[in-house]
Design a protein around this ligand. Structure first.
Ligand code: NAD
Length: 245
C-alpha cells in the first residue's frame, strides 16, 4: 500500500510507533524512525534487522527546531523525498494538578505539541515542493473526553487535534493531507507504567472488552497514509473499541 513512499516516524523505537514502522515496511515504504536516544534507536534498528526489516534512524532533539530542520533536510537529501510524516513521539502524565510542577507541564507540551509543530514546519516546504504529502499525528482518546488526572496530557492532545484540523485546512491547497489517530488504551510501555487503579476501571468501560494492541492502531495509520484515504483530511480517527470515558 505504500510502495515507493518515504515515511518518517517519530517515537518509532517502541510501542505504537514501532508497530507503525513494521507495518509501513511490510507495505514497502522506505522507513526512517526517530527516537530520543542513540542507544534506543540503534537497538530498534538492530532488532528490526533480525526480523528482516531494514530501516534507518535518527535521534534529533525534537524541542530544538534548528536540529529538527537540519535532520529533515539531511533525510530529504539522502532519500530524495519525504512523503509521509507520522508525529507519534509522546509522553503522558497522571499526577493531580496540585502535584504537577510547571516544569512537568511544560515538558509534556514541549514533546506532545511543540515537537510536532517543529516536525511539520520542517517537512511542509519539502511536501509543498513535491506537490503533496501526508501528515499523521498521534492524538488520544483523552483528546475527546479528558481524563481525571494528569492535566498536561489531555491538554496537549486537545492541542494536537486543533493543530491537525487547522493545518488540514491550511495545507489542503498544497495537496497535503493532515489527520490524527486517537488511540484508546493500548498495550505499550506507556500503559504498563500507569497505576492499576487507573487502568482497570477504564478497561471495564470498553465495549469491545479489551485494550488495543499496537497493531490495531498501526492499521489506522496505514489506511490514512495510503491512497485509500485520498479524500480524507482534517479527521481525528478514534481507534478505541468505542471506549467513552
Ligand atoms: P511508548 O512510551 O511506548 O513510546 C513513546 C515513544 O516516544 C518512544 O519511541 C520514545 O522514543 C518516544 N519519545 C519519548 N520521549 C521522547 C523525547 N523526549 N524525544 C523524542 N522521542 C521521545 O508510548 P506509546 O504508548 O507507544 O505512545 C505513542 C503515542 O501514542 C504517544 O503520542 C501517546 O500519547 C499516544 N497514545 C498512547 C496510548 C496508549 O494507551 N499507549 C493511548 C493514546 C495515545
Amino acid at each position: 500500500m505504500l510502495e515507493g513512499k518515504v515515511a518518517l516516524i517519530t517515537g518509532g523505537t517502541r510501542g505504537i510507533g514501532l508497530e507503525v514502522v513494521k507495518l509501513f515496511k511490510e507495505n514497502q515504504a522506505e522507513v526512517i524512525l526517530f527516537g530520543s536516544r542513540k542507544e534506543s534507536v540503534e537497538k530498534a534498528i538492530n532488532n528490526l534487522k533480525k526480523e528482516g526489516l531494514e530501516v534507518f534512524g535518527y535521534y534529533p532533539n525534537l524541542s530544538d527546531y534548528e536540529e529538527v530542520s537540519k535532520t529533515v533536510d539531511e533525510i530529504r537529501t539522502r532519500f530524495g523525498h519525504i512523503d509521509i510524516l507520522v508525529n507519534n513521539a509522546g509522553i503522558s502524565a497522571n499526577k493531580k494538578i496540585e502535584d504537577t510542577t510547571s516544569e512537568e507541564f511544560e515538558n509534556i507540551m514541549n514533546l506532545n505539541v511543540k515537537a510536532m509543530f517543529h516536525m511539520i514546519k520542517a517537512v511542509t516546504p519539502i511536501m509543498k515542493e513535491q506537490k503533496g504529502g501526508v501528515i499523521l499525528n498521534t492524538s488520544s482518546m483523552v483528546s475527546i473526553y479528558g481524563q481525571p488526572s494528569g492535566i498536561g496530557y489531555p491538554t496537549s492532545k486537545f492541542a494536537v487535534n486543533g493543530l491537525t484540523k487547522s493545518l488540514a485546512r491550511e495545507l489542503a491547497p498544497a495537496n497535503i493531507r493532515v489527520n490524527a489517530v486517537a488511540p484508546g488504551i493500548t498495550n505499550t510501555d506507556m500503559v504498563k507504567n500507569l497505576p492499576k487503579e487507573m487502568i482497570e476501571p477504564l478497561i471495564k468501560t470498553i465495549p469491545l472488552g479489551r485494550i488495543g494492541e499496537p497493531r490495531d492502531i498501526a492499521n489506522a495509520f496505514l489506511f490514512l497514509a495510503s491512497d485509500m484515504a485520498s479524500y480524507i483530511t482534517g479527521n481525528i480517527l478514534s481507534v478505541d473499541g468505542a471506549a467513552r470515558s
